[in-house]
Design a protein around this ligand. Structure first.
Ligand code: CA
Length: 233
């Protein structure tokens, strides 16, 4: 059973979310402030997912997201963004959220997004997963880690899932639609930009020069291609 933190200062919305997640067998821990949420995450290492509201009385949801990413790189994080606040979606993804849900949302939509994210999170059974070697990189999904020249790089579950998809298709163009389908699920109703924001974040972590990426190439009008071998280098 998955344990999920719900950070939302408005009690009625928080209650609505909690009731619906409990109905789908999640264990829900509620927090009304960002400070409280961080405290809870420190104390309860078995929380796998967090839903973070942005507008809060103390520190905002973005600050909480940054803090949680430091504390728990492999936690699944979904931001709850307000309708019309387009920039909030991108900001959330840039600082490490895995996804966002726009308010007001239906219980079905929320549960679908949470379940899609949960499928990307580490499980005990992944210990037997094979590793992927490519150039200076080793992707060990069992450990949920990427190594570059034997140095571990901290990646989020979403970033690792994208890398696994690209690296297992070395040299082949993978379409944005394929990435979206595989990682966020076939019925994703959010903004396809999530793919590009995640790619940008991955490049910042793995490329020698993120402004001229070599390992993840852009295939214009289509998607991305992994090239770990760097032929000719
Ligand atoms: Ca709020």
């Amino acid at each position: 059973m998955s344990k999920i933190l719900v950070l939302e200062d408005e009690a009625s919305i928080r209650g609505f979310i909690a009731v619906n997640l409990r109905r789908h067998n999640f264990t829900v821990i509620e927090a009304a402030t960002g400070e409280e949420a961080i405290e809870i995450i420190r104390e309860q290492p078995d929380i796998q997912l967090a839903l973070l509201d942005i507008m809060l009385p103390g520190i905002d949801g973005f600050e909480v997201c940054k803090e949680l990413r430091q504390l728990r790189p492999q936690m699944g994080i979904i931001m709850l963004t307000a309708k019309g606040q387009e920039q909030d979606k991108v900001t959330g993804l840039e600082i490490g959220a895995d996804d966002y849900v726009v308010k007001p949302f239906s219980p079905a939509e929320l549960v679908a997004r949470v379940n899609a994210l949960r499928r990307r999170l580490p499980e005990q059974s992944t210990a037997t997963l094979p590793e992927i070697n490519s150039g200076p990189f080793v992707l060990r999904m069992g450990e949920m880690r990427l190594y570059k020249h034997d140095e571990p790089i901290l990646m989020t579950p979403t970033e690792l899932a994208i890398l696994q998809l690209l690296m297992s298709h070395e040299g082949q163009a993978v379409s944005r639609a394929k990435i979206l389908d595989t990682i966020w699920g076939p019925n994703y109703i959010g903004d396809p930009k999530v793919v590009d924001v995640n790619i940008r974040r991955i490049r910042l972590k793995i490329e020698d020069d993120p402004s001229s990426p070599r390992y993840i190439e852009t295939v214009w009008g289509h998607g991305y291609r992994w090239d770990g071998m760097q032929v000719g280098q």
